[in-house]
Design a protein around this ligand. Structure first.
Ligand SMILES: Cc1cc2nc3c(=O)[nH]c(=O)nc-3n(C[C@H](O)[C@H](O)[C@H](O)COP(=O)(O)OP(=O)(O)OC[C@H]3O[C@@H](n4cnc5c(N)ncnc54)[C@H](O)[C@@H]3O)c2cc1C
Ligand code: FES
Length: 281
């Protein structure tokens, strides 16, 4: 059992979980993830490592409440335990030197990108960081991230309507200001990953997207997380989760992501619970 030290709402629908898992904290690297089992009857769900402390033996996760498992997770009180945590899994993010890297995070993305930004900055890279959010109420860890970013800015979806600012304008602004830009890392919802990959397809800049396919075992055995990139088959849990956004077969990816939607909806109906903030007091 893995003791929970913190399980707190960060912004609407996003929770920050701190758990004691010394064996994971000891070997964790930025860009990796863990499989979490909320309770004895629960399924395994993959979550990115948002931070880890080798000395304290803790890992930090930030999760969006979407279905049964994340709803169950949001109800667990600090002091109690998770039924299972396996990891660290996946390939760590490559950390180069003296590169200019643009990190774009939405939803849970800024959290998972945070340790990557820190590692990139400490290795001598220039870090440009964009948080994409509905509005300022959905922005978190701004000061933490700024500590390891040469240039930090937010893009609010509301502004996209009000002032015409878009992801494309943000990308073009960064490209103009930093013509040496060589890598873009994107983490968050599928829309964000797909949008950035599409609008940069002719830019000649490498777009690395952190995919979130359905995962079952997380060890390359079940095939659930299969993706096709530049005509080759990969298993995201062992070969990823980060892949070239320009080479990904997005049609297949979206179709496989939705394969269990009817069952997920059924399970949610049976659970008959609401996230704590939606419960009547
Ligand atoms: C490598 C990786 C890292 C991830 N990191 C984070 C993170 O840091 N924070 C975060 O909020 N979410 C993250 N996710 C997505 C998270 O795993 C799903 O939101 C979660 O499994 C949903 O479980 P649920 O039972 O609450 O919802 P469900 O009812 O099971 O599903 C709701 C939606 O989540 C998707 N989903 C369901 N099961 C999985 C699964 N096992 N793997 C991936 N997607 C699934 C479905 O396509 C569906 O659209 C990550 C996914 C992967 C693969
Ligand atoms: S989750 Fe089973 S092969 Fe990746």
């Amino acid at each position: 059992m893995y003791r929970i030290l913190k399980n707190q709402r960060l912004v609407p629908n996003l929770y920050h979980l701190v758990v004691e898992v010394p064996e994971v904290a000891r070997s964790a690297k930025p860009g990796q993830f863990v499989m979490v089992i909320p309770d004895e009857k629960g399924e395994r769900i993959p979550l990115n490592l948002a931070d880890f402390d080798k000395d304290k033996g803790t890992i930090e996760l930030v999760y969006l409440v979407v279905g049964v498992s994340t709803r169950k997770l949001s109800r667990i009180k600090p002091g109690s335990s998770l039924a299972g945590v396996a990891g660290p899994l996946g390939r760590p993010t490559e950390i180069g030197r003296k590169e200019t890297v643009f990190l774009v995070g939405g939803c849970f993305g800024p959290a998972g990108l945070y340790p990557i930004a820190r590692e990139l900055k400490l290795a001598g890279n220039k870090v440009i960081f964009l948080t994409e959010a509905r509005d300022h109420a959905y922005v978190y860890w701004e000061d933490k991230i700024k500590a390891f970013a040469d240039h930090y800015f937010n893009l609010f979806r509301r502004d996209c309507f009000d002032s015409g600012k878009t992801l494309e304008t943000a990308f073009n602004m960064v490209k103009l200001k930093y013509p040496e830009l060589s890598r873009v890392l994107v983490m968050g919802c599928d829309y964000l990953l797909h949008k950035i990959s599409t609008l940069t397809s002719s830019s000649g800049i490498k777009i690395e997207v952190y995919l979130t396919p359905i995962m079952v075992d997380g060890t390359g055995m079940c095939g659930a997380c299969r993706v096709t990139v530049s005509g080759k088959t990969y298993f995201a849990c062992v070969d990823g989760p980060v892949f070239d956004g320009h080479g990904l077969d997005w049609v297949e990816y979206f179709a496989r992501r939705q394969a269990f939607l009817p069952q997920e909806q059924l399970a949610l109906g049976k659970l008959e619970i609401l996230p704590p903030e939606q419960k009547k007091t």
